[in-house]
Design a protein. Structure first.
Length: 62
């Protein structure tokens, strides 16, 4: 269980302007929102904060 707050922001209309500059921060990949449920199902999204934000969006944000 986590006691620290999570702040989740939704951005729309984002454009890729360059590669990530933080080389040790993990893997970054642009994917269509339609692919997100399968990525979660396959265990490819592991960060709890990311899962909270994505699942909230999928359930309520459309």
């Amino acid at each position: 269980m986590l006691r620290n707050p999570h702040h989740v922001f939704l951005g729309r209309g984002a454009e890729l302007v360059g590669d990530a500059t933080e080389v040790n921060e993990g893997k970054f990949e642009w994917v269509p929102v339609a692919n997100v449920p399968n990525l979660i199902r396959e265990g490819k999204v592991k960060n709890s904060g990311t899962l909270v934000g994505l699942l909230h969006y999928l359930a309520l944000g459309r």
